[in-house]
Design a binder for this molecule. Structure first.
Ligand code: DC
Length: 220
């Protein structure tokens, strides 16, 4: 079994890298942000303020989240419904970030993440994989890039999905979200002491994959 943790801020290219690595290594890719997005989605659907930790905690018993791997793709189910792209809206990113700072939410999602990695070899991406979820991961990467490069990537992704946004708004929202994820008290989005920090601002996707494959070869 091999466990690879990929952490870093939004738009750093974690999911692209993690997906490509998982495919190359023939193991499962786990997108943990999707779990927080599913909780954020539910909180929004109930009209609850995502900063109101008491109200959010009260909703948790009503939430049943499952990850299923279908045709090589991770699907997130919320109370039996496949959420698909509904959790990719910029507004849901903000809800996910807000609810992810609530300790009860992190506790609620902990076992789902740990149990997948107990049963399978994984490439898992998120914010606290190397620090909290898989502190014993074989490889830990903290992937980053400049704010402008990350915002440009996110902007292009959203446009490609037909979601109308302004680059300036994407940049501002990204900075706000990253600052909150980095500075929260519980499981802040910071590198594990033993993580390799990779800045891929000037790399193609393929170059990032090759970099990590080289690190894996050297370490294992
Ligand atoms: O990776 P993402 O953009 O889909 O994540 C959405 C939010 O979820 C992110 O702003 C912070 C939170 N998150 C987290 O706190 N811990 C993780 N392991 C993954 C995501």
């Amino acid at each position: 079994m091999i466990k690879i943790a990929i952490d870093g801020p939004s738009g750093a290219g974690k999911s692209t890298l993690a997906k490509a690595l998982a495919a190359r290594l023939g193991i499962i890719y786990v997108d943990t942000g999707a779990l927080y997005r599913a909780v954020g989605y539910y909180v929004k659907s109930k009209g609850v303020d995502p900063q109101d930790s008491v109200a959010v905690e009260e909703l948790l018993p009503e939430i049943n989240i499952g990850l299923k791997y279908e045709c090589g793709v991770q699907n997130v189910y919320l109370n039996g419904e496949n959420l698909g792209d509904k959790i990719r809206q910029p507004e849901i990113s903000m809800y996910a970030s807000a609810v992810s700072a609530i300790p009860a939410v992190r506790k609620f999602l902990l076992e789902t993440q740990k149990s997948i990695a107990r049963e399978h070899s994984v490439v898992m991406d998120g914010r606290d994989i190397g620090t909290v979820i898989l502190p014993d991961a074989d490889i830990k990467i903290f992937l980053t890039a400049t704010d402008e490069v990350r915002a440009r990537r996110r902007y292009n992704e959203l446009l490609a999905k037909g979601i109308e946004v302004k680059y300036e708004d994407v940049l501002a929202e990204m900075k706000e979200r990253d600052a909150r994820d980095r500075s929260r008290e519980i499981a802040p989005a910071i590198p594990a002491p033993d993580a390799v920090i990779l800045d891929n601002s000037d790399c193609t996707n393929e170059e990032s994959v090759e970099d990590v494959l080289r690190i894996i070869k050297e370490k294992l």
